[in-house]
Write a protein that binds this ligand. Structure first.
Ligand SMILES: [Zn+2]
Length: 561
């Protein structure tokens, strides 16, 4: 037997039952009791905020047979007919459906007919912005001279798409997103009616997920209730939503307070590995950090998803930040929420947001900009890159120990064609071998400079040219950061500890690299060159090229020099 959806079954039958649109209810009620009924209304607002429900309530109220102050009574024949969806004088048109346009034409032809049994014929046109111009014109003619027995309710999620001529004929009501606290209260009531066992915390998560749409919230509860009858827990809601656990959000934030890059990135990676959607996770981070910011500023605003028992913990976390660094972190994770798309490295925007937040949060003295120093008190090993401390390596002949200052902080954006030369200086080092030993390199870097180690997770060795190792980055910020001379020195030292030979480091933007390839593709230069590697070899060797070919559909062409 088909079960009626919760949100239909429990659709509000009186104005008092409507949640979160008090301003609309108040105005409509006043109009009804004073007999000032308009012929056209526009109900604008996000989906699931009660526009159609309100339209039905209005249809009942104007037609109800009970005394004015008791309408809608839900007991008279008219109210009952509407509740059961069989009143002929309530005509609901879905403008988004194929028949929407025909329905509007038909409406125009039949508008003159008097109601069958009610006082008013009420036309509800849902998603009215979907109407064609022709249909809008037909509608406009009707609205210009509405018969006294007709009331129109135009409902839309996108009022800006409605012609001004139509808008000007309507009394407009803007429906608001419903606050999470009100959604929670309503869900709790629903759960009681339906004997659904559910944690309050789970309801809070559901409400939050619904972003102000009661219909979405009720549908979600419905869906969760159908999974099992042993009660709905937060864990189940999270599993259903594919969201990261909020403990992870707390963990990542904790790591942020301590600038503990290893723990932060670890927690992010675990969450993503376990199936958390990076974009969703970034949104949760934003929500959490925003809550901290509001608490930190003592704004008096407590975000609705913060429960009373969570509050002390959040306040403690908030006190570990400066308002400025929290604001920055909010901004950084907001950016990550829009950037995270999956693909090459889905967790990367999250990691970058985290790293940037820690970098910015470091006190000025420990930012390794003048004097390379361990970025964290946890990094206890001495930095071994200074020229005075003898490194257990033999210096490479081609390497000058102190490079010219003009090179410092200069980001080298080389033409991608140079990557064709995958042959290393003495044949011993390839990007491939470096990639295999990357974690060893990170291990060497970690005690020397934690932030730098984290930054190095955002790049890949893309080429070795003579004694130069080329690192490819996706983000300009990290490219320039690692490209700063003192950072390059630290990496070069670490590299020489790892390989036993001096190599210089050059940082390039992988994005630029891809773009360069894409544009060269359009100029279609001939493939050739004596030492040309096969396209397959290049793809196999070079992750950036691989990404360009596989993700972007680039072709391998080679510049003959
Ligand atoms: Zn009634």
């Amino acid at each position: 037997m088909a079960v009626q959806a919760l949100y239909r079954k429990w659709r509000p039958r009186t104005f008092d039952e409507v949640v979160g649109q008090e301003h609309v209810v108040r105005t409509l009620r006043n109009a009804l009791t004073s007999g000032r009924i308009h012929h056209a209304y526009l109900f604008a607002g996000p989906r699931g905020t009660g526009k159609t429900t309100m339209a039905r309530l209005l249809a009942k109220a104007v037609n109800c047979l009970a005394p004015e102050n008791q309408r809608p009574c839900n007991e008279c024949t008219i109210c009952q007919a509407i509740n059961e969806g069989r009143l002929l004088d309530l005509i609901e048109i879905d403008a988004a459906s194929n028949t929407g346009v025909d329905d509007v034409r038909e409406l125009r032809e039949r508008i003159g007919f008097r109601p069958n049994e009610a006082r008013y014929k009420v036309y509800v046109i849902d998603e009215v912005h979907m109407l064609s111009n022709a249909a809008f014109n037909a509608l406009l003619k009707t609205l210009e001279e509405p018969p006294p027995h007709a009331i129109f309710v135009l409902a839309t999620t996108e009022s800006h798409k409605i012609p001004a001529t139509v808008l000007s004929r309507c009394q407009r009501f803007d429906f608001r997103r419903i606050p999470a606290a009100k959604i929670v209260a309503r869900l709790q009531w629903l759960a009681e009616q339906e004997h659904i066992r559910v944690d309050r915390e789970a309801l809070t998560l559901v409400a939050h997920q619904a972003t102000g749409s009661m219909r979405d919230a009720e549908s979600l509860l419905d869906q969760l209730a159908s999974y099992d009858d042993n009660g709905i827990t937060v864990a189940e809601v999270r599993a259903a939503l594919g969201t990261g656990a909020s403990e992870t959000v707390i963990q990542v934030t904790d790591a942020l307070t301590r600038s503990d890059v290893a723990q932060g990135l670890g927690a992010i990676n675990t969450a993503v590995d376990e199936g958390a959607d990076p974009r969703q996770f970034a949104r949760q981070m934003v929500e959490h950090l925003r809550a901290l910011l509001l608490l930190r500023l003592k704004s008096g605003i407590v975000p609705s998803h913060v429960s009373e028992d969570q509050r002390p913990q959040l306040e403690e976390q908030a006190s570990a930040f400066s308002p400025r660094s929290l604001a920055r972190a909010v901004r950084l994770f907001t950016q990550a929420a829009t950037e995270a798309k999956g693909g090459w490295q889905p967790q990367l925007p999250l990691e970058m947001a985290f790293i940037e937040a820690t970098l910015l949060d470091e006190p000025e003295s420990s930012v390794p900009s003048r004097q390379p120093a361990p970025a964290s008190p946890r990094a206890s090993l001495p930095a071994r890159h200074s020229t005075s401390s003898p490194a257990p390596t033999r210096p490479a002949p081609a390497r000058s120990v102190s490079p010219s200052p003009s090179q410092s902080s200069r980001v080298v954006l080389e033409s991608a064609s140079t990557y064709g030369s995958l042959v290393p200086g003495d044949g011993s080092l390839t990007p491939e071998t470096l990639r295999k030993r990357w974690s060893e390199l990170l291990n060497i870097l970690r005690p020397r400079n934690l932030s730098l180690e984290a930054l190095m997770r955002s790049c890949e060795p893309v080429a070795v040219e003579g004694d130069v190792v080329v690192l490819g980055f996706t983000h300009n910020f990290h490219c320039s950061k690692v490209g700063e001379e003192h950072n390059k020195q630290i990496i070069e030292d670490a590299l020489s500890s790892l390989i036993g030979q001096r190599y210089r480091v050059r940082c390039v933007l992988a994005q630029q690299e891809r773009t360069a390839r894409m544009s060269r593709r359009s100029t279609s230069e001939p493939v050739g060159g004596k030492a040309a590697l096969s396209a397959e070899q290049i793809i196999a060797e070079d992750p950036v090229v691989r990404a360009a070919v596989e993700d972007l559909g680039a072709q391998i062409v080679r510049r003959s020099e």
